[in-house]
Structures are given as structure tokens and as C-alpha cells.
Design a binder for this molecule. Structure first.
Ligand SMILES: *Cc1c(COP(=O)(O)O)cnc(C)c1O
Length: 497
């Protein structure tokens, strides 16, 4: 099966080429030529299998130029060997009758981006080999916090690669900063950018499309690739955990095969929820995909009005990984909503580029509402929900998952009929322990950045994940802060161009 660009159907790639290139030359995103199906028999057979076997089955449908052995080798290296707590990458936790949390933060950086970024380096290395690429591949990342660290962990010392991460100095938590600034590995570069996530992302996009830079790199046998969620190799691993969660519900006899579920996803760049959409299209019985936003509610407004408008204030929130005004992956959904009309996608994206907004057609909006619902909540409500859920269930939510729980609360009141819901839990509460303490009315003692974690541990007894415990006392290796115009220079210096 091949891949095509959302902006040009004649831009055709194999799976490995799509992963290697990251983004299509005309700016479109690669999508599978058709969305493969998982039959009820196949789904049923996966229920008794472990996460790796489920991942292999899903990946085989999309990576048709990889052998089964190659896929198995990538999957096993990503998800076994203690990378994830108890070798269980995506456990389900039952909150209440019919309400489950899909915990995607048991990996090396305690946020859900590990699910994809532990696998991507292996897919990329395999893709390079298949295409005879001997250049060093430099992964360029703009991060609102969690992607950066997860990419650093995934690519650190991966042969034939470099990993360069730019993060907004005002847009990530102290703990996230420390995680990135202490990253080990000889092939890593970490730099802070003055501004917010969109500034960092715009800067990175400019580097990607800089033809002169690309040429200088080619002469030095280097090339860029992306680990941002626009890369198909990032999205694909995320489809797996929706299939896996459904299988777990069957296996635990919470559901019968074929029963529908709702899925609630705390959303930023639209990657995670888009993976759920692909899972649905493959045949996982998902009824509605509920898109939860924080106060930067450009997506829930889009769901409600059919107008995407980024001309609005940007609010740094207590859920910083969702502080995004341009959700890049939405383009892949638009492509499906308009019946795969590349001219329409180009028109909408051009409108976004020139005026910061676009409006979808009535037909597209109808198609959208078939599958999606949306909602948002502000910081005050986010913290209130952390407190409510802790008091009622003794379950500690992080600030992103709490947004999903808050939106789910509102959605439950208006949805038709009751089906079980899987709420996607995207980070350990200890990654955002300052805000979680505030929610619970805990006042940490002292200024140390570990004080909130210690206070939270003392009050709740919930264990601090090992990767965060290990950070204590580590000295930062990276302290560079630069303006957007200085990114090119910093990068060239590090690449030795
Ligand atoms: C990245 C991230 C999100 C948003 O996911 P998208 O795929 O960008 O929509 C939500 N929560 C956490 C903790 C994240 O790191």
C-alpha cells in the first residue's frame, strides 16, 4: 500500500519513503492511499495477545514494504526490555462503571509521546536502510514540552541520527525543562526559544523548508527528518493503543465484541485523536471521538462552528502541551472530510496561511459531526476536576487528562445513550506536580523544583515514576536560549556546516 500527499495525489510514496521524508515537498502530509480494515475476526484474535503482537498486526497493515520480521524487531525493541513499567505500555485503569482511563505515561518520559517516539527511531532506521540512504538523519523538533524529551529519549545515541530540540522558554514546565536540559547522548542538541510554542514551530518549519540549508546539508551527507506528529511514523504507533484498549475491554469482560465505546482525548496538535479516528475507520467500534481542549479552544470552536480561526489570544495554561493554535494534523482529517479532494485541502490551507482562518463546507461539517464531538475547559475547572476525581476515587490526574475528564463530564449530560468511555490519560501527574498540588490545596515547602512532587507523594502516597525520581540532582548540560532569527545560526554551528 502506498501513501499520498493531502495536497497532491500524484505525490506517491512507499510507507518507508513517507516515514523518511516526514512531509511532502509541496507542504502536504502523507496519508495511506486507503485506510486498511481490521475485521471482527482479526480484532477478536488480537484480544488474547500482548501489546507487541497487537502492534505488529496493526503495523503490518500499513507498512507493506516492511517484512513481518522487520516490524516485529522494531516493535520488540520499542516496547520490551523494561522501557515501559512492567512491560505494559498502555494499561487501562477502571475509574468507575463504564469509565476507563487509558494510561499512556508508563514510558521513559512519563508522557504519552513515548508510545510513538520509542518506536519511530527504529522505523526510521529501517526505512533509511530500505531506501539505500546513508546520510545522517537529523531529527528537528519543535516541542511544547513532552515531545522534546520523548524524542530525545527515543533518538539519543541511535546510530546514524542526530536529534535537535527547540522548546519555547515560556511554554514548558520546570520539570519538562530539566528533563530536556539533562538529556544524555552524543547526538543531542537542546535549545530554548524566546516565545511560545507556535514561535518554535514556525521557526522549525522555516528551517525545514530552507532550500539553501538543505543543499549545504546534502553536501555534508546530512538530511532533516521530522519527529513531530506530522510524520506518519509518529501517528501510526498511536493507532495501536486504541486497538489494544478495545481488546483489553473485551479480554477483561467489560464489553462484548462489537459493543461501541466513546473515546475522549485531551488534544493539542490533533495527532492523538486522529489516531483514534484511524482506529475507528479500521473497524474498532468507536462511536464518538470527543476532542477536549483547554482555554486555547480553537478546536472545540471549529467543531461547533465549522470555522477554524487562529486569530485569537494565546493563553499559557496549566496544560501546556495543549497550548496550540495551529493543529497541524487536522489537515489529514480535512482530507478525509472533503472526500479526499486535494484541491479543497490546498484551498483551506492557503486560507489558513494568508488569513489565519478557514471555513469548511456544510457537507464537511456533517461528516465531522458524524464522528466527533468537542468541548473545552479553563484552568479553574481543570484544577477543580483534579480535586473532585482525587476525592471521589483517590485517583491522581495530571492537568491534561483532567481537561479530558472535565469535557467528558459535560459531554455525558448531552450524549445520546450510554456507552462505556475510554478517557485517554496522557501524562503522569508528577510531570505537572505544581499545578496538581495547587488543585489539591497542598502548599509545597521550599523553592526546589522537586518540592511539589515530594509534597504530593506525602499527601497521596501515589508513587513517583522512576524516570522522574532519577532526575534529582542531575546537572543540566544545555543552557542555550535564542531568538527565532538565531535558530539557523545555532543549528548550523551544531551541525558543523
Ligand atoms: C502532546 C500532548 C497532548 C496533545 O496531544 P496531540 O496529539 O498533540 O493532540 C496532550 N497531553 C499531553 C500530556 C501531551 O504531551
Amino acid at each position: 500500500m502506498n501513501y499520498i500527499s493531502t495536497r497532491d495525489k500524484l505525490s506517491i510514496r512507499t510507507a518507508s519513503q513517507a516515514i523518511l521524508e516526514g512531509i511532502s515537498p509541496e507542504g502536504g502530509l502523507f496519508v495511506p492511499e486507503e485506510i486498511p480494515r481490521l475485521s471482527e475476526e482479526e480484532l477478536s484474535a488480537l484480544c488474547a495477545k500482548d501489546y507487541c503482537a497487537r502492534a505488529e498486526a496493526v503495523l503490518q497493515k500499513y507498512l507493506t514494504d516492511f517484512t513481518a520480521d522487520e516490524i516485529a524487531s522494531c516493535v520488540r525493541r520499542a516496547y520490551t526490555g523494561g522501557k515501559f513499567e512492567n512491560d505494559l505500555p498502555a494499561p487501562l485503569s477502571k475509574l468507575d462503571e463504564g469509565t476507563y482511563l487509558l494510561e499512556l505515561w508508563h514510558g521513559p518520559t512519563c508522557a504519552f509521546k513515548d508510545m510513538a517516539l520509542q518506536l519511530l527511531p527504529h522505523l526510521l532506521a529501517m526505512s533509511a536502510r530500505k531506501n539505500g540512504v546513508k546520510d545522517r538523519i537529523d531529527i528537528l523538533v519543535a516541542t511544547s514540552g513532552d515531545t522534546g524529551k520523548a524524542a530525545l529519549e527515543g533518538f539519543a545515541d541511535a546510530p546514524g541520527t542526530g536529534i535537535l530540540v527547540f522548546y519555547p522558554v515560556d511554554g514548558v514546565s520546570e520539570m519538562q525543562k530539566l528533563q530536556m536540559r539533562t538529556q544524555e547522548g552524543d547526538n543531542v542538541f537542546v535549545c530554548a526559544i524566546e516565545g511560545n510554542f507556535d514561535d518554535a514551530q514556525t521557526g522549525v518549519k522555516a528551517l525545514f523548508t530552507d532550500a539553501a540549508l538543505r543543499e549545504r546539508m546534502a553536501r555534508a551527507h546530512q538530511r532533516f527528518s521530522s519527529a513531530n506528529s506530522i510524520n506518519w511514523g509518529r501517528l501510526l504507533p498511536q493507532i495501536v493503543y486504541y486497538v489494544s484498549a478495545y481488546c483489553d475491554l473485551i479480554q477483561n469482560e467489560e464489553l462484548a465484541l462489537g459493543d461501541e465505546i466513546d473515546v475522549v482525548v485531551p488534544t493539542g496538535n490533533f495527532g492523538n485523536i486522529l489516531a483514534a479516528y484511524y482506529a475507528k475507520r479500521m473497524g474498532v467500534p468507536i462511536r464518538k471521538l470527543v476532542c477536549a481542549s483547554n482555554r486555547n479552544n480553537v478546536l472545540s470552536d471549529f467543531m461547533a462552528t465549522g470555522v477554524y480561526d487562529r486569530n485569537r489570544s494565546f493563553y499559557p495554561s496549566v496544560s501546556p502541551s495543549m497550548d496550540i493554535l495551529i493543529s497541524s494534523n487536522l489537515e489529514r482529517l480535512l482530507f478525509e472530510l472533503c472526500g479526499r479532494d486535494t484541491a479543497k485541502v490546498r484551498e483551506l490551507m492557503e486560507s489558513l496561511r494568508t488569513s489565519g482562518r478557514y471555513e469548511i463546507t456544510r457537507e464537511m461539517a456533517d461528516a465531522l459531526h458524524q464522528d466527533f464531538a468537542g468541548g473545552y475547559c479553563d484552568d479553574r475547572r481543570t484544577l477543580e476536576v483534579i480535586r473532585e476525581v482525587y476525592e471521589r476515587y483517590s485517583y491522581l490526574l495530571d492537568t491534561h487528562t483532567a481537561v479530558a475528564c472535565a469535557v467528558f463530564d459535560g459531554y455525558v449530560k448531552e450524549r445520546e445513550g450510554d456507552v462505556p468511555a475510554v478517557i485517554v490519560s496522557t501524562a503522569s501527574p508528577y510531570k505537572f506536580s505544581g499545578s496538581v498540588c495547587e488543585a489539591l490545596g497542598i502548599v509545597p515547602q521550599g523553592e526546589d523544583i522537586f518540592a511539589p512532587s515530594d509534597a504530593l507523594l506525602e499527601k497521596t502516597g501515589c508513587p513517583i515514576p522512576e524516570p522522574l525520581r532519577r532526575l534529582r540532582g542531575r546537572k543540566p548540560r544545555f543552557d542555550k536560549v535564542c531568538r527565532r532569527e538565531e535558530m539557523l545560526g545555532a543549528l548550523e554551528e551544531w551541525l558543523g556546516l
